[in-house]
Design a protein around this ligand. Structure first.
Ligand code: URA
Length: 244
């Protein structure tokens, strides 16, 4: 059970103050009768709440898989650039946020949710969730670079050492422009770009393919998204998701 004004505000009908006004004006019904008290308690599952005669169903958590396009920032708001949560047009909740960050020019898997506990489990370094990226770099990636990057490199700046933890690399194509899959467990700022810089190479294109057990749906073009399936939600909400 929860307060009617909270129910409606969380479902994006308006701010708490606006919603109180709507209730007092008789614009809200519960099981067919006007509800005039914002503090009235309603059941999220069994009461039929309507705003202006349209049913409002309650959703506690939402989970979307987004193929983040380049040019959009991993944030809930930004003064200059479009943000990832605005790409989710059918969202019911107003409190969605990206679970993790990708650089503005990086594409690929981003989970958009309002489940803070899940985001914490996916992102906290102690949970060791693997993240796999497809990387296109300028220059020939050989066994030598693979060995160095897998062992860990210093990506620190201004003389301070900052070593990356062990990583895994698979070389897909090696030439003037190379392509690799790189799996890391951390998420330091610009980590993959800085790892390649540490071996004198520049990243040309970066796309995240997976996070723990969650894999980007290949049917999603950049900018497209879909709700997670029940199985996917279970796989990421499972305490051991993504752990070795
Ligand atoms: N590493 C980067 O350099 N950028 C990202 O967006 C993700 C990982």
């Amino acid at each position: 059970m929860m307060r009617l004004d909270k129910f409606l505000a969380e479902m994006g009908i308006g701010t708490r103050q606006e919603v109180k006004k709507y209730i007092r004006k008789g614009m809200v019904t519960v099981n067919g009768s006007p509800a005039l008290r914002p503090e009235e308690k309603v059941s999220e599952t069994s009461d039929q709440v309507c705003f202006e005669e349209k049913p409002v169903s309650y959703v506690k958590y939402e989970y979307y898989m987004l193929n983040k396009p380049a040019g959009v920032v991993s944030a809930t708001e930004d003064r200059r650039d479009p943000v990832v949560v605005d790409l989710i047009r059918e969202k019911k909740r107003k409190d969605l946020f990206p679970a993790g960050r990708l650089d503005k020019d990086t594409e690929g898997l981003l989970l958009i949710t309002n489940d803070g506990a899940l985001a914490h489990r996916l992102l906290s370094p102690s949970h060791h969730v693997d993240k796999t990226y497809f990387v296109r770099v300028e220059g020939k990636v050989t066994g030598a670079e693979k060995k160095i990057l897998e062992a860990g490199v210093d990506i620190g700046e201004n003389g301070t050492e900052e070593r990356t933890r062990p990583a895994k690399m698979e070389i897909l194509a090696s030439g003037p422009v190379s392509q690799v899959l790189l799996t890391i467990r951390e998420g330091k700022y610009h980590q993959i770009k800085r790892m390649f810089q540490a071996v004198g190479m520049q990243v040309l294109y970066l796309k995240r393919l997976s996070m723990g057990k969650l894999t980007l749906d290949p049917a999603l073009a950049p900018g497209e998204y879909r709700p997670l399936t029940k199985e996917e939600i279970a796989s990421v909400t499972d305490e051991n998701a993504g752990k070795y």
